[in-house]
Design a protein around this ligand. Sequence first.
Ligand code: NAP
Ligand code: MG
Length: 477
Amino acid sequence: MIIGGKKVSSGTGRKIDVISPVTRKVIAHLERADETDVDKAVNSARNTLDGEWGRVNAIERGKLLLELSQCVLKHKEELAEIESADTGKTKSTAMADIKVLARYFEFYGGGADKIMGQVIPYLNEYNVQVVREPLGVTAHILPWNYPAQMFGRSVAPALAMGNAVVVKPAEDACLSILRVAELALDVGFPAGALNVVTGLGAEAGAALSLHPGIDFISFTGSNEVGKLIQKAAAENAVKCVLELGGKSAHIVFEDADFERAVPTIAKGIIYNAGQTCSAGSRVLIHESIFEEFTERIAEEFRAASVGNSELDLACGPVINESQYNKINRYLEQGVNEGDLKLVAQGKIHPSSNPNGFFIKPSFFVADEQKSPLFFEEIFGPVFVAAPFGDDQEAVKLANETGYGLLNAIWTEVGSRQQRLARQLKCGQVYINGFGAGGGVELPFGGVGKSGHGREKGFMALEEMSTVKTVVMYCGNN
Ligand code: NAP
Ligand code: MG
């Protein structure tokens, strides 16, 4: 782990096996932190806030982040290899993730000295300033699906605003994050500004979220754990940002550009083996084109091949055995349910490791949006389609899962684009396109079961700082 600027082991002496999703072999060991380790990390963050890191100005913080961005790019082959070995991501997905990580450090490096305060016109004898300040020690609890990207997304704006951070990555995906934290020390971040504790969610994660020394929690993960985090934040009366799951819909109208829509929509759920919070995991299609459009999507699924990361196919394995079993249960349910028809499946490449957690991309259609496969986040390459009759029905179906991360509208009619964009309950709307693929600049987050608060873009700099209003009496003349 990285605590107080040093590589350290847990005081517990306990380890966690790192298992390759391709071979199921143990490829490394992680430290299994307990609350004492977490306490050390929080204290080292606090100490540097009151010391060295607290004295680094915004310009210098920006420069450090820009240097870290360059350093990540310099090490991109190594980092992509680590990411791919740890998570099973294909070579090119892992490389894309590392480049986005570098872009986060670049973007927030550039932003660090561009968040300004205000002077408020008030009574004549007063001068009022509103200044931005760091929150203090920020806790970052991350998921395993895009470890490097999520690390950059959560940590870069926090550091840009002068917070000292403690990160708890998911036990399934820590290796790239640990390496980047080392690189951060190499480029000159002071000891304690960026700490990484590894461990189990229920141990290290819970201890971090409940630690009285933290001032903020950025959590990305499931709705279930998100609720625990919100309660933990309430214990210490600190703010939290919850980036939870999704069940995002594509809404495809009769005038949609099929050539653009079909490959984009299919890729959106197959990419990264469907383990993307913002994946478009269902498609609502106007009844007049339902058959034709679902057949076009089916062709994409039949052509999708999955396998070992180095084969660089449509996707690699899913992350672990429990996800593998969970997705297979959904597939079984889909096949057995009378409402759903399995119309297409991809292939597992014959030279793939037989032990890999590979799932064939699978496409189901239904006459109605009724099955749980339309409402629950599967987090695998499983896609469902249902028809709609008119605009109002499309909006109703899109909104009725309770999730609200993002949705996409496929139509050339401008007024319909605008009207639906207003009526969809979610944090992002795409029109004739999908997915930010990084989209570091674009505010992101959910409503409803998808959480609250925003990361990405300049808004993250506001989320990860606080405001102080300074009211000065300066006399009557
Ligand atoms: P998860 O099970 O909720 O875990 C997320 C993080 O919370 C992990 O670091 C986990 O540690 C930790 N954790 C687990 N129990 C905890 C507890 N009691 N107290 C504190 N921390 C705890 O989610 P996941 O399975 O890793 O990730 C998949 C989910 O994340 C999906 O629902 C996906 O949609 C969502 N996600 C959302 C976004 C977004 O931006 N909205 C982005 C990516 C993923 P361990 O893993 O070590 O147990
Ligand atoms: Mg792993």
